[in-house]
Design a binder for this molecule. Structure first.
Ligand SMILES: Nc1ncnc2c1ncn2[C@@H]1O[C@H](COP(=O)(O)OP(=O)(O)OP(=O)(O)O)[C@@H](O)[C@H]1O
Length: 320
């Protein structure tokens, strides 16, 4: 019997069911959130400031109490089987929280001990080498650069060999080259079987890294989708035809094509989706030729995840 899509999909490692959180002051930060994280994926959680990303992560990690709902990590209920659930999780918080006077080596070993795991020098060495921190192992944390401190936080989170790693804004304030190093490192972790959940304000980061994207707004998950499918479905391409002579209007004979004219009349924009692009462009070229419309330049633009995200958020704001 043929496997269904459902059966082929990796099983969930985290299951969030009807999770709600109302803070003491009465603010409802999460509203009936349902979410499945698949084993071995990189899942990017996107949302504007105050959307509830940190609240959701903090609840899954047992730092904040939920008001209602259920969370299971590796099949363990995070309240009734807290230790078992928590031992599967590594958390790299937004803020750097560590003893600045300790050495890198001591702090990472200590973090492992906090989870009741026996010392494992070879493992800690491997983690530090992987994160390019081995040369800095005897430095005090306060003597490290911001990017290195951030990597120490990742080393601490990995020290007890978690199956799931939460990265809350991992590259905030990190320069472009270090950001790329971090992305490569996160990919290597995934290759080693670690499930990664990251929140980010850099949509480019989600576009680059994620297998799936979740969007959260006002405490509600408004969309969860495979990144590739999201970009395929919502991604639009635009071909701009720079004209030799400006047009006052789009000729009647071309009115059946998805064309718009720039305000100055000097460019035609042809809008199409990713499928059928080549056939569409060939037809456009032929039809422009038939109309005697000459052009001097052509360039195409494909919408990025950022364009898609902005249009989704705007569409929903318009609907509210
Ligand atoms: N301890 C708290 N008490 C009351 N309200 C809180 C508390 N913590 C967070 N909130 C509120 O809950 C909402 C969600 O906050 P949260 O930090 O989860 O958002 P976020 O999506 O992580 O935002 P950011 O992208 O800015 O980090 C915000 O409106 C915030 O002000």
């Amino acid at each position: 019997m043929a496997e269904t899509r459902e059966e082929k999909r990796a099983p969930s490692i985290i299951t969030v069911t009807e999770l709600s959180k109302t803070y003491a002051g009465g603010f409802r930060a999460l509203d009936s959130v349902n979410l499945d994280i698949r084993r071995g994926e990189i899942f990017a959680l996107l949302g504007p400031n105050g959307a509830g990303k940190t609240t959701l992560i903090s609840i899954i990690c047992g730092i904040v109490n939920a008001s209602s709902g259920q969370v299971r990590v590796g099949g363990h209920d995070i309240w009734r089987e807290f230790r078992a659930a928590r031992s599967l999780i590594g958390l790299v918080p937004q803020e750097l929280t560590t003893d600045m006077f300790e050495t890198v080596w001591a702090t990472v070993n200590f973090s492992r001990g906090l989870f009741g795991k026996p010392a494992d020098k070879a493992l800690v060495e491997r983690i530090l080498r992987e994160l390019s921190l081995w040369d800095k192992r005897n430095e005090r944390i306060m003597a490290l650069s911001g990017g290195m401190k951030r990597r120490v936080m990742i080393a601490k989170a990995l020290s007890h060999e978690p199956a799931v790693l939460f990265l809350d804004e991992p590259t905030a304030g990190v320069d472009v080259s270090l950001r790329r190093d971090m992305w490569a490192m996160v990919r290597r972790l995934r290759e080693n079987g670690v499930t990664i959940i990251l929140t980010t304000h850099y949509i480019e980061e989600a576009e680059e890294m994620a297998d799936r994207i979740g969007i959260i707004r006002g405490g509600r998950i408004t969309l969860v989708e495979e990144k590739a499918a999201l970009m395929e479905k919502l991604g639009k391409k635009q071909l701009t035809v720079q004209l030799q002579h400006p047009l006052a209007d789009i000729p009647e004979a071309l009115s059946d094509l998805p064309l718009t004219l720039s305000a100055d009349g000097c460019a035609l924009h042809y809008h199409f989706d990713s499928q059928g692009a080549q056939a569409g462009i060939a037809v456009l070229m032929r039809r422009l030729g038939e109309q005697g419309i000459e052009f001097v330049d052509l360039h195409s633009h494909q919408s990025s995840l950022e364009d898609i995200f902005v249009s989704l958020v705007q569409a929903r704001e318009g609907a509210e």
